[in-house]
Design a protein around this ligand. Structure first.
Ligand code: F6P
Length: 360
């Protein structure tokens, strides 16, 4: 029977989302002969009066190399806690999940594929409990979703962060400076750890290991004593000192967690006081989320998109595709909601320590 399936991209964007869309459309149309429509602006597209756009092979032809998402994304989109602005400007938070279900019916969707991170999966899971036929595709540059070894977007982000470290190193060497690079990752240190090792960092500060700045100072001073007059310090945005807390640019926004940031500058200031060298701080920010996906992210995103269509064929509502080892598997969405963190005692951190990298 011909099905009509929708796809939406929830939460923040990540390189590879367009490759997922392409994988879904090609698999659904070529293998199953189904119709696909795109839901615009994440979950907003299910209750904000936006149209659904037909997606055919010609619409996805050039998508592999494109970053972002052609469907748009909305970080705040949540039908269970939607911001509603009254004519007088007052903003209230309302549950519009029934509107979302009615909109899915109005779009005549037999199934919906949602690509997103933990927030998106949590919303999708609640809609499934209300009877919505939804399957998930894990996405985030942070690589912090459990039950999948890796998410697409991560490879591109670590490539970008590693390239930044390569560039910082040459100028650090010229000026005998300590260079601090703040990277994203929310409450997990994956981007900092992998890019830090790949980029030859001397210190990597991650949320999973509260840091003592004196340990970093000692490391830099010992490098100086050995004749190496520059250093590279990677700071995850969610890192925190042993006697302090994570820093936020914005503590909390209506309906969602605040925005982490500022730890790079704090570390830079502390180092300036103790290392006797000039310190400079770079905050990499959304550069990590933008641009063309790497070939590995295109490959993973395409596999995920195609596998999600097979999940729809099997009517595995409430399940998410995942990569475990080299195998494409599927897992209940709720099991993927725990934040996957770097193990402070694990072999990856130990390997970095063996190389002489300090974690504070
Ligand atoms: O989850 C992806 C991510 O890029 C995090 O690493 C970062 O903390 C956050 O999103 C930034 O969100 P926004 O795009 O809303 O500033």
């Amino acid at each position: 029977m011909t099905k009509r399936i929708g796809i939406l991209t929830g939460g923040g964007d990540a390189p590879g989302l367009n490759a997922v869309i392409r994988g879904v459309v090609l698999t659904a149309t070529r293998r199953y002969g189904w119709d696909v429509v795109g839901i615009l602006q994440g979950f907003d597209g299910l209750y904000a009066g936006l149209p659904a756009v037909p997606l055919k092979e010609e619409n996805v032809r050039d998508l592999l190399v494109r970053g972002g998402t052609i469907l748009g994304a909305a970080n705040r989109g949540n039908p269970f806690a939607s911001r509603v602005t009254a004519p007088d400007g007052t903003v209230t938070i309302e549950d519009v999940s029934q509107d979302a279900l009615e909109r899915m019916a109005a779009f005549e969707l037999d199934a919906l594929i949602v690509a997103g991170g933990d927030g998106t999966m949590a919303i999708a899971q609640r809609l499934v409990q209300l009877g919505a036929p939804i399957v998930g595709v894990p996405k985030t540059i942070d690589n912090d979703l459990s039950e999948t070894d890796v998410t697409f977007g991560f490879d591109t982000a670590i490539d970008t962060a590693t390239e930044a470290l390569d560039k910082l190193q040459t100028t650090a060497e010229s000026h005998h400076r300590a260079m601090v690079l703040e990277v994203m990752g929310r409450h997990a240190g994956w981007i900092a750890l992998v890019a830090g090792v790949a980029g030859g960092a001397d210190a990597i500060l991650i949320p999973e290991i509260p840091f003592d700045i004196e340990v970093v100072c000692q490391k830099i001073r010992s490098l100086q004593a050995s004749g190496r007059h520059y250093s590279l310090i990677v700071v995850a945005e969610g890192a925190a000192p042993v006697d302090g807390e994570q820093l936020y640019y914005i503590q909390s926004e209506m309906g969602r967690e605040g925005r982490l940031g500022g730890m790079g500058h704090l570390v830079g200031n502390l180092l300036a006081d103790c290392v006797g060298a000039e310190v400079r701080v770079t905050v990499l920010g959304h550069v990590q989320r933008g641009g063309q996906p790497t070939s590995r992210d295109r490959w993973l995103a395409t596999r995920f998109g195609s596998a999600a269509v097979h999940l729809v064929a099997q009517e595995r509502w409430g399940h998410m595709v995942a990569l475990q080892g080299t195998q494409m598997v599927n897992v209940p969405m709720e099991e993927a909601l725990h934040t996957k963190k770097v193990d402070p005692e694990g072999d990856m951190v130990q390997m970095a320590r063996d190389l002489g990298i300090v974690f504070g």
